[in-house]
Design a protein around this ligand. Structure first.
Ligand SMILES: NC(=O)c1ccc[n+]([C@@H]2O[C@H](COP(=O)([O-])OP(=O)(O)OC[C@H]3O[C@@H](n4cnc5c(N)ncnc54)[C@H](O)[C@@H]3O)[C@@H](O)[C@H]2O)c1
Ligand SMILES: O=P(O)(O)OC[C@H]1O[C@H](O[C@H]2[C@H](O)[C@@H](O)[C@@H](O)O[C@@H]2CO)[C@H](O)[C@@H](O)[C@@H]1O
Ligand SMILES: [Mn+2]
Length: 440
């Protein structure tokens, strides 16, 4: 079986160890000859990388492992780039969340003004990775899950139209795992779904088991009462995520014929979200206090002891979708997956130039999107507004246009008026002066 060379871009990510453990658990179907980490923060990456070096030495000494901040070294001789960078890291996520809240608007990593601010930082970072890949390994594929994936995907569609980049998200996978549990199945892969929307903005329209039996009624009965909180919580879900999974019951009620992505709560119930937010302590603070501390604490313990049992790093089971995607390209499996791709007619009554999240068959030449057909007025209206926001952000970044970014924030369903949008924008510009292009 052919072996592959992978570079993880954003080697210092809190998700890197979980993904490495997941890659190791999947060597039977996606074998590696080389694994490299690349990051522009050498010190942050070193802690994660030195711990992963210990794990790799124990579990897979044959895989050549290295880490670097040098793009040429990182991107030379690779088959796949797995990209999960966060430009500005958690301190800037904290700003994205807290600045809108100061103006009474929700603060969220990928939605509303916070997501727009993050998008304005991510576009340049991800385009740079694409350019490194094309320069040093022109035949490689980039599997990107750097957020905000919707804006990043629109930027690459528009500014690097020929790039071999696939944008993907794990939120549908997380929700489908819960649906499978609700339906009494062992694995989400026992379900066959139809879904459409934008990233963090979509709906399931059909869920069947492998024999074609409709699972929607059983799941509906549960979601109407409990949202996506399953009968027993084997996930050990954090309180703030649990609120989101529970709130899905109210989001669902707006169209009981479908099931919604949890992120729609930010667009459909923004007043509720603001009321339930603490402007002094947001999700970024929770992540810094828990996940970041836990991952870096475990890595340091592993490095000191020289053995992986000294830490408590966990395999990221959800991340196996990344192996599914890599294996689909590498071995032409034609696996059916939800990807963020140009609409190009798949949703018949929607902008052909929108980046939509829909089922695709994936093989060695990339994704083949499946036809969705016509979508209803409610979803079409919401999606049209949100796509316009995402396109305006990319145009604002490309042209350095203050007015287009003001328009984008004004158009977000999470923002009440142009005056509030302007006040938020002016604060965001100040906070992002080291990251955004200058706006005129
Ligand atoms: N698509 C999805 O569904 C999904 C799921 C989980 C996480 N994510 C995304 O994964 C990313 C990582 O998340 P995290 O919480 O682990 O963040 P993190 O801050 O722990 O890690 C991000 C890493 O990226 C590095 N980085 C920043 N800019 C860079 C650049 N220009 N070049 C190279 N490296 C750069 C940082 O130094 C940091 O080490 C985020 O974008 C997050 O939103 C996406
Ligand atoms: O607030 P965070 O940093 O914990 O999470 C933000 C990310 O949330 C989604 O990914 C979740 C996933 O849905 C969940 O099931 C589990 O696997 O954790 C993931 C990361 O926490 C979302 O899809 C990402 O885009 C967000 O970055
Ligand atoms: Mn996502």
């Amino acid at each position: 079986m052919k072996k592959f060379s992978v570079v993880v871009a954003g080697g210092g990510s809190t998700f890197t160890p979980g993904i490495v453990l997941m890659l190791l658990a999947n060597q039977h179907r996606f074998p590696l000859r080389s694994l490299k980490f690349y990051d522009n923060d050498g010190a942050r990456q070193e802690t994660i990388a030195e711990a992963c070096k210990v794990i790799l030495k124990e579990q897979a000494p044959d895989i050549e492992f290295s880490y670097t901040t040098d793009p040429q070294e990182a991107f030379t001789d690779v088959d796949f780039v797995m990209a999960h960078i966060r430009v500005g890291k958690y301190p800037m996520r904290e700003q994205d969340e807290k600045i809108p809240l100061r103006h009474g608007v929700l603060g969220q990593e990928t939605c509303g003004p916070g997501g727009i601010a993050y998008g304005m930082r991510s576009i340049g970072g991800v385009l740079e990775l694409v350019d490194f890949m094309e320069k040093y390994s022109p035949n490689a594929w980039m599997l990107n899950y750097s957020n905000p994936a919707a804006i990043v995907a629109e930027a690459t569609r528009r500014l690097r139209p020929n790039a071999k980049i696939l944008n993907i998200c794990d939120m549908p996978i997380g929700i489908e795992s819960r649906m499978a549990q609700i339906a009494g199945l062992k694995d989400r892969k026992e379900m066959r779904v139809r879904y459409y929307g934008l990233n963090h903005f979509g709906w399931w329209t059909s869920i069947e088991d492998k024999d074609g039996n409709d699972l929607m009624p059983k799941i509906r009965e549960h979601v109407a009462k409990f949202g996506y909180v399953p009968p027993s919580d084997e996930h050990g879900t954090e309180a703030s995520w649990n609120d989101t999974f529970s709130k899905a019951k109210d989001v669902w009620a707006l169209d009981p014929t479908t099931f919604p992505n949890t992120y729609l709560k930010y667009y459909l119930f923004p007043d509720y979200v603001v009321e339930h937010s603490n402007p002094e302590h947001t999700r970024a603070n929770e992540v810094m206090e828990h996940r970041e501390k836990h991952v870096f604490g475990s890595c340091n313990a592993i490095i000191q002891a020289g053995k992986s049992s000294a830490g408590e790093l966990e395999i990221d089971e959800h991340a196996s979708y990344i192996v599914d995607l890599a294996a689909a390209i590498a071995f032409n499996t034609q696996e059916r997956m939800l990807l963020i791709v140009p609409n190009n007619g798949a949703i018949n009554n929607f902008d052909p130039e929108a980046m939509v999240e829909i089922p695709c068959l994936v093989g060695k030449s990339g994704p083949e999107p499946l036809v969705v057909g016509n979508i209803p007025q409610f979803q079409k209206g919401l999606m049209s507004q949100q796509v316009a926001v995402e396109k305006l952000v990319v145009e604002a970044w490309e042209e350095g246009s203050y007015v287009k970014l003001w328009q984008a924030i004004t158009l977000s369903k999470t923002v009440p008026s142009a005056s509030v949008a302007k006040a938020i924008l002016d604060d965001l510009i100040e906070a992002n002066k080291d990251y955004w292009p200058e706006l005129k």
